[in-house]
Design a binder for this molecule. Structure first.
Ligand SMILES: Nc1ncnc2c1ncn2[C@@H]1O[C@H](COP(=O)(O)OP(=O)(O)OP(=O)(O)O)[C@@H](O)[C@H]1O
Ligand SMILES: [Mg+2]
Length: 239
């Protein structure tokens, strides 16, 4: 199947991760890959380890065994600061709570996505002339053009969610990671949100890895995987 590790954006092998103090691992995953521009949906019930896996992919937690390569780079080979920079350069995030800065205008919130990455600033310039211009383009595509100077706290939940998407996509990172980004939305808005996210990501060739407990979101993705099926750990995490 996916037998070309150098071409994969994410290539995780023989990973084992246990929380400190726990006798048994929480995650045992033989292989997990994300291809360039792929839209991958990973689902499973609350507590099955979705956010833990995303934190491992971001280099926030550390597996006891196994290897995680992102764009061919072994995360373990990087210093902590190099890992932070690598993450800022190549990965955008949308979290369940969006993590916008409430008193900052929407435009400035979006620009934060490339503030710590010269690479992403350069890519934003190549795409739109300036990072501000790309931020405005993304906001317009996400139907938020008129709200650029509003404080983030003045927006509805659905609007904040789209600002978080613009922030994650500015500077065209190779990978967008979204952790339960739709949990506050009703079904119609959920589908609209996902298709808007796909449109923007596809336009700049950003791959999407989304996790959710809600398997109904799977349609439209290139591939969907059940984390409980992927995870061969039979520890006591659910006990
Ligand atoms: N910091 C931590 N220390 C110890 N155990 C933790 C920690 N964070 C999470 N866990 C445990 O790891 C398991 C997986 O948690 P995780 O947050 O990855 O689940 P999830 O699939 O993202 O759930 P949800 O759908 O509710 O967000 C849970 O049993 C949880 O109790
Ligand atoms: Mg979670």
């Amino acid at each position: 199947m996916n037998s070309e590790p150098a071409r994969m954006l994410i290539d995780l092998r023989e990973l084992e991760f246990g929380w400190p103090g726990s006798k048994s691992p929480a995650l045992c995953i033989g292989q997990f890959t994300l291809a360039p521009a792929e839209k991958l949906f990973l689902y499973g019930p609350s507590g099955c380890g979705k956010s833990t896996l995303l934190a491992l992919l971001a280099g926030i937690h550390w597996p006891q065994t196994g290897q995680i390569k992102i764009l061919g780079q072994d995360l373990a080979a990087l210093s902590a600061s190099a890992r932070d920079q690598f993450r800022a350069d190549h990965m955008g995030y949308v979290f369940q709570q969006f993590n916008l800065l409430p008193y900052l205008p929407v435009l400035q919130n979006v620009l934060l996505g490339c503030r710590f990455s010269r690479q992403r600033q350069q890519r934003a310039r190549a795409i739109a002339g300036t990072p501000e211009r790309q931020a405005m383009d993304l906001l317009e595509r996400l139907d938020l053009g008129g709200l650029a100077s509003q404080q983030a706290r003045q927006l509805s939940v659905g609007q904040q969610q789209r600002v978080a998407v613009a922030r994650a996509l500015i500077g065209a990172p190779e990978i967008l990671i979204a952790d339960e980004p739709t949990s506050a939305l009703d079904e119609a808005r959920r589908d609209a949100f996902v298709s808007l996210l796909f449109d923007c990501a596809s336009q700049q060739q950003t791959a999407v890895l989304m996790v959710s407990h809600d398997a109904r979101l799977a349609s439209g993705f290139d591939r969907s995987l059940s984390l409980p099926e992927l995870n061969t750990a039979n520890g006591d995490m659910h006990a």
